[in-house]
Design a protein around this ligand. Structure first.
Ligand SMILES: CC(C)(COP(=O)(O)OP(=O)(O)OC[C@H]1O[C@@H](n2cnc3c(N)ncnc32)[C@H](O)[C@@H]1OP(=O)(O)O)[C@@H](O)C(=O)NCCC(=O)NCCS
Length: 455
């Protein structure tokens, strides 16, 4: 047997083995890791929804509960909410769902319940009694005030894992304010380090994507999986977990806190360069890759990252640029990394790249074995054969909306691959299916509650 395995290993390259193990075309023929786990997702915006959707990608039955008819706030927060694109609900035919909603709610069942109304609260309790997990990201204590928070739910279902994601945590003097991704990144310390220095014409800079929300959602999912393990393998009981969006950002500050604590040094902004490594940053290439394009992002000059921070790599970089003087002057990393040095080195590289596109620079760097990567936009990402073949970017035949280009789950599992089934649904699309099956509502009761806008 061992001999057979050894010879199979020899015949198959590691690449073939990985391709076979993680082949995206085989995803649907394999089991799902979280099948049988039921999650109530009482979530809004991105932080809570992304948390629940990471579990849905792994096969959990995630039931998203939104306000009747209108749905949750994120459907209305971003533009492109034309009804012909992604209709909001059958009750509001003139409205659509904003694009920001996409990407944070795949694979879920969509029902609507008014949390204010006693009948609505009774429905949520019935669902919680049959669920493993409940996730919410409202203000601290909102669900408790409505009588459907952890303290009430644990009486109904002691095995429930309740994950509350918020801004500042449920206790402490700074807990009561509203929070969003941008606030989390601001208070947590991120924006103090992103963007250029003022003397270089810069200011603190926000990231275009909602990084703290999507990262926070992932941290919430980690908490939930640990709590399920604890319940199923150790205690037999559910638990209450809390995730603070601000604290989650602080957790990512790398060495900024130890640096401050031991040396009193505040980590600075340094834009597209790096405070510890040089060359290790993004430079501008003078020529556009798409000079005729009407898309402003394409007609502008290209950008490329170059990483040549070891003394050997920097020497090769100087050879490529044809500059012996710079090679001698900055031969040692401790000289290169100084702020003044970087302010000479990066403009020097940009001068050299001024008559080139990012692809031309990449070709030259590749030949010299210098690590580089042109900065890509979404269109370039979507069309790269490597990521298309691996299913990182894929065309989805969405059961409700037809063909959609979508990102696939971010990681692969050979035995139980995460997968993308559908991208989103209108508000209340699964009222009948879920509330009939799990809350025991008859068709007549469903109609009445819908008419009364309770669901
Ligand atoms: C996002 C946030 C600022 C919104 O604040 P808010 O709307 O003022 O307050 P809550 O979140 O507690 O939501 C309560 C409101 O939700 C509304 N609501 C949403 N869904 C509802 C439903 N299904 N049924 C009834 N009411 C609903 C109600 O209007 C309710 O207001 P009310 O209690 O006065 O009637 C706040 O929830 C927050 O800070 N959350 C934590 C951080 C976070 O996740 N931020 C978003 C991600 S960036």
């Amino acid at each position: 047997m061992a001999k057979d395995t050894a010879s199979a290993t020899q015949k198959q390259s590691f690449e073939e083995f990985c391709h076979q193990a993680f082949d995206p075309t085989k995803e649907f023929s394999k089991p799902e890791a979280l099948k049988g786990v039921r999650v109530l997702s009482c979530t809004q915006y991105i932080l809570g929804p992304s948390c629940a959707s990471y579990l849905a990608e792994l096969g959990a039955e995630v039931i998203k509960i939104e306000a009747p008819r209108r749905g949750e706030a994120m459907r209305h927060t971003t533009p492109f909410n034309e009804p012909f694109l992604y209709p909001l609900s059958r009750w509001v035919p003139e409205r659509g769902t904003g694009l920001g909603f996409l990407g944070a709610n795949p694979n879920e069942y969509f029902i609507s319940v008014d949390f204010h109304r006693p009948e609505g609260q009774a429905i949520v309790k019935k669902l919680a009694a049959k669920s493993d997990v409940m996730v919410e990201n409202y203000r601290p204590g909102t669900f408790d005030r409505w009588g459907i928070g952890y303290r009430q739910m644990k009486e109904i279902n002691p095995r429930l894992v309740y994950c509350w994601l918020g801004g500042f945590g449920g206790w402490g003097p700074g807990r009561v304010r509203a929070s969003y991704d941008i606030l989390g990144q601001s208070q947590g310390g991120n924006f103090g380090m992103t963007g250029k220095q003022e003397f270089l014409g810069g200011a603190p800079s926000k990231h275009t994507i909602w990084l703290a929300d999507y990262w926070g959602g992932m941290m919430g999912a980690v908490q939930i999986l640990a709590a399920l393990y604890w319940r199923d393998k150790v205690s037999g009981e559910g638990t209450f977990t809390e995730y603070s969006q601000v604290h989650g950002v602080t957790r990512q500050l790398e060495y900024a806190l130890p640096l401050y604590g031991r040396h009193g040094i505040t980590r600075q902004r340094w834009g597209n360069w790096d405070t510890q490594l040089c060359v290790h940053g993004i430079i501008k290439c003078g020529k556009s890759s798409y000079p005729g394009s009407e898309n402003p992002q394409e007609s502008e000059e290209g950008y490329i990252l170059i990483s040549a921070y070891t003394d050997e790599d920097f020497a090769r970089l100087c050879k490529v640029v044809g500059d012996v003087k710079m090679a001698e002057k900055y031969a040692k990393t401790e000289n290169r990394v100084k702020a003044q040095s970087q302010m000479e080195i990066y403009p020097w590289l940009e001068k050299w790249a001024a008559d080139k596109t990012k692809e031309q620079v990449a070709e030259i760097m590749d030949k010299a074995n210098i690590n580089n990567q042109p900065v890509w936009n979404a269109k370039e990402v979507a069309n790269h054969p490597h990521w298309v073949q691996r299913g990182a970017v894929r065309w989805l035949d969405d059961p409700t909306f037809g063909e959609l280009l979508h990102q696939g789950p971010a990681y692969k599992m050979s035995a139980t691959p995460p997968r993308l089934k559908w991208a989103l649904k209108p508000v209340g699309a699964d009222n009948e299916l879920i509330l009939g099956k799990l809350a025991g509502l008859s068709t007549e009761e469903l109609r009445r509650l819908e008419e009364q806008e309770c669901i």
